[in-house]
Design a protein around this ligand. Structure first.
Ligand SMILES: [Zn+2]
Length: 491
């Protein structure tokens, strides 16, 4: 049944722009402060208070727009979006409407469907259009004591009122829940790279809504869409869209019609539930904000931001594949954050071994970081320290197996590789003469096995290797042990 239909999905993201103060006043944007402590007549919406635009918001918005290939309008207009809500004391939100800050953007990103265990099936590149990125102020926050209907008390915290938001609206270009999932992940990563948003879903500074409809395959007209809100994790977003596609197809197949409405994701029951229907949808009565002049952005202003743009994650991923010969997955993981990618390149620069740098980071270091809840920026093992350890393996001072223990000890103690190796009982033995002496003893002490080996029982070779390694306390370089043994037994 599902095969007959094609889902059509559009996404709206509210990203809080990272600034010290709010968009139209000097109040702090710090999260978690005493409720209503960071407020003033402007963000409380007191009569007569006038908004003044924060210039830093424009720098951040410009970088976000450039990263998403958006055209920045040299002139845009702030408009009032009127609606009533307890956490919106002015009775309107200052936003942008018919002349937004920027429009006509796109991203081209890797995306893949997932199998039942959540593994990517096949990555391919796909381009998604971005309709616009505009600026607006956030509303306050309502907190309810008790559950929704039976709430006994409600509180309003206006600390969030007036924090700067970039609303990023996509084209309805997504055809599956996983495309939507990959896009929002990508967008968050990009905004973190250009340092314009913290991307913290729990603190609400990166929020996502989805518009979902279905149509018969081949049909040109879009079906009636529903809007999904409150998707406060990437997995919830994906699951809610998936559920909504199935729900709509079921309604249509039963001969019903989809009604335009807003629905919420209920994670406990794993389904979307009705929040409000179109009948009580808002008419926002937009009009130009009389207290703010048109917003003028010069080419020089844009250029100044263009010059401080870092390499973007997708470009960097591709370069990692081309320049260091990494696999798609390794390159994707290493460019997941700017910190991780910078660390990787520092290790490569110091060690000259990209493959080893990727392997040690992704197999060992990232696991240790996850265990201790640290980010790469707080890693007790610096890039230079990891590079020094990789060099000790490359020049056979220690074995790769020893390296694992050495790295864990470096991580826990913060000591350098050399120190740790000495403390663990010395380096690997690579001296051929020293190893030959050990091999000679093993051969002399196992005459029967030597005879059997020379008589054709070559599987005994492993036995001699094991005996020699044991005699060395595990420190003999296995490659050299192999060589010496071959020479001696086969002679
Ligand atoms: Zn204020």
């Amino acid at each position: 049944m599902r095969e007959k239909y094609e889902p059509v999905i559009g996404l709206e993201i509210h990203a809080q722009l990272k600034t010290e103060s709010k968009i139209f006043c000097g109040c702090s944007t710090r999260f978690g402060d005493t409720p209503n402590g960071n407020t003033c007549p402007v963000c409380l919406g007191l009569p007569g208070a006038l908004p003044v635009l924060n210039r830093e918001v424009l720098r951040k918005a410009t970088r976000a727009a450039l990263a998403l290939h958006l055209h920045i309008n040299h002139e845009s207009i702030f408009s009032r979006k009127n609606y009533f809500y307890p956490d919106l004391p002015k009775g309107y939100q200052i936003s942008q409407y018919d002349r937004p800050f920027s429009e006509h953007g796109w991203v081209e990103i890797p995306t893949s469907e997932r199998n039942a265990t959540g593994q990517a099936i096949e990555w391919r590149m796909k381009r998604f259009g971005i309709t616009r990125l505009h600026l607006e102020e956030d509303a306050g926050k309502s907190l309810h004591e008790g559950m929704a209907e039976s709430a006994t008390k409600s509180y309003v915290d206006l600390n969030r009122s007036g924090t700067p938001l970039a609303e990023i609206v996509s084209e309805p270009d997504f055809r599956s829940s996983w495309e939507a999932y990959d896009y929002v992940q990508f967008l968050r990563r990009t905004l973190l790279y250009v340092e314009v948003c913290d991307g913290n879903l729990e603190e609400g500074n990166f929020r996502c809504d989805a518009n979902v409809s279905v149509r018969l395959k081949g049909a040109e007209k879009f079906g009636t869409r529903t809007e999904l809100k409150n998707l406060n994790s990437f997995r919830f977003l994906q699951k809610a869209i998936e559920y909504e596609i199935d729900r709509q197809i079921e309604v249509l197949e039963a001969g019903g019609r989809i009604t335009q409405e807003t629905r919420l994701w209920n994670e406990r029951e794993a389904k979307t539930v009705l929040m409000r229907s179109k009948e009580d949808a808002h008419d926002y009565r937009y009009f130009p904000e009389p207290d703010l002049p048109p917003l003028l952005i010069s080419e020089a202003f844009i250029q100044a931001q263009r010059e401080v743009m870092p390499e973007l994650p997708e470009a960097r991923r591709r370069r990692f594949v081309a320049e260091y010969g990494l696999s798609f997955d390794d390159a994707a993981q290493l460019t997941d954050s700017k910190g991780l990618a910078d660390y990787f390149e520092a290790v490569v620069k110091a060690s000259g071994n990209a493959k080893a740098a990727a392997n040690w980071m992704l197999n060992e270091l990232v696991r240790e970081l996850n265990h201790s809840g640290k980010s790469i920026n707080d890693s007790p093992v610096t890039a230079e320290a990891l590079a020094a350890m990789i060099e000790m393996i490359d020049n056979q001072t220690i074995s790769g197996k020893m390296g694992k223990d050495v790295l864990i000890e470096m991580y826990q103690s913060g000591k350098a590789a050399k120190e740790v190796v000495e403390a663990l009982g010395g380096a690997q033995i690579s001296d051929v003469e020293q190893i030959r002496a050990m091999v000679e003893q093993v051969v002399a002490g196992n005459a029967k096995q030597v005879e059997a080996y020379r008589g054709g029982k070559t599987t005994l070779f492993g036995f001699f290797v094991g005996q020699t390694l044991k005699a060395s306390g595990g420190k003999a370089n296995p490659q050299i042990v192999n060589q010496v043994l071959k020479e001696m037994l086969d002679s």
